[in-house]
Design a protein around this ligand. Structure first.
Ligand SMILES: [Mg+2]
Length: 280
């Protein structure tokens, strides 16, 4: 076990707000990881904030509340933040009411429609009806027609943005399924274009919005996650503390070969719990 800081307990005890990745950090697939329930209870008892951040834009925040609560991890809707929330926030701030062609689930499209955006599903060459943005999410209900229309708009020069760059998403039985990043490559192959903005990790957008909303300082905020290139990089890009757990995608060999250096490294959230339990 390597640790890059000498006194982990002292370092983490100064953190008021923990931003948790979920899969590989608090649970694996449908199985809660050891220490996850205990750590979240402890954070509440110690008057620290626990917030859950996910790049997955195929499921709603309410789906995640249900999932965590079913695992015995106490959580409420206002503690969740996804790449979908972040892209909606960016669009609302900069382009309220924009017309959007969306490569995403009905849940994601409904979420955007509720926030005042107009969803354009069909292809139109009429400049007055054309979408302002082509928005790539994690579309688990993709069809060739949807993909073709999306690529047509991107080829036409419609502004192209995306929720997250993950190539695969963990699935049951230790398998993974193609995620938005894989489709980004496909779209680039077909159109020659990459998105101009990606709202999810490793972009700092989600963290910037959350720390502003909650009024917590970044020096007293830590991102906890299992992926170096997304979770840990988002914290580094945002200027928060970073905590890598080895319960998911990253192992010691990967850590040693990577240039991404988290502030703290723990085997799992159980170790964070052990470190924090006598700190307040
Ligand atoms: Mg993860």
């Amino acid at each position: 076990m390597i640790k890059r800081t000498i006194n982990d307990a002292a370092g983490l005890s100064g953190i008021d707000c923990f931003l948790f990745d979920m899969d590989g950090t608090l649970y694996l697939g449908n199985d809660v990881l050891p220490g996850a329930r205990e750590l979240i209870e402890l954070l509440h008892a110690q008057n620290r904030k626990a917030v859950y951040i996910t790049n997955n834009s195929s499921r709603s925040d309410a789906d995640y509340v249900r999932k965590l609560n079913n695992m015995g991890i106490r959580s409420t809707l206002d503690e969740f933040f996804s790449s979908a929330d972040a892209i909606a926030y960016w669009l609302s701030e900069n382009h309220p009411g924009a017309r959007l062609n969306v490569l995403g689930t009905d849940s994601f499209k409904g979420f955007l429609a509720e926030r005042g955006f107009r969803i354009v599903d069909e292809y139109t060459a009429d400049p007055a009806e054309k979408p302002d943005f082509a928005v790539l999410g994690f579309d688990t209900s993709m069809t060739y027609d949807k993909l073709r229309i999306f690529c047509d708009y991107v080829t036409d020069g419609v502004r192209y943005i995306a929720t997250h760059p993950d190539m695969v998403c963990p699935a049951e039985h230790h398998r993974s399924i193609p995620d938005a990043g894989s489709f980004m490559l496909l779209i680039e192959g077909a159109t020659g274009r990459r998105p101009e903005l990606i709202s999810g990790k490793p972009s700092p957008a989600m963290i910037n919005i959350i720390t502003k909303k909650l009024g917590v300082s970044k020096s007293r905020t830590a991102v906890v996650g299992d992926r170096l290139n997304t979770d840990i990089m988002s914290g580094i890009n945002a200027g928060t503390k970073t905590v890598c757990v080895l319960s998911g995608e990253t192992d010691l060999a990967l850590l040693r070969s990577s240039e991404v250096a988290p502030d703290y490294i723990f085997d799992s959230v159980l170790e964070i719990y052990e470190n924090l339990k006598n700190s307040r």
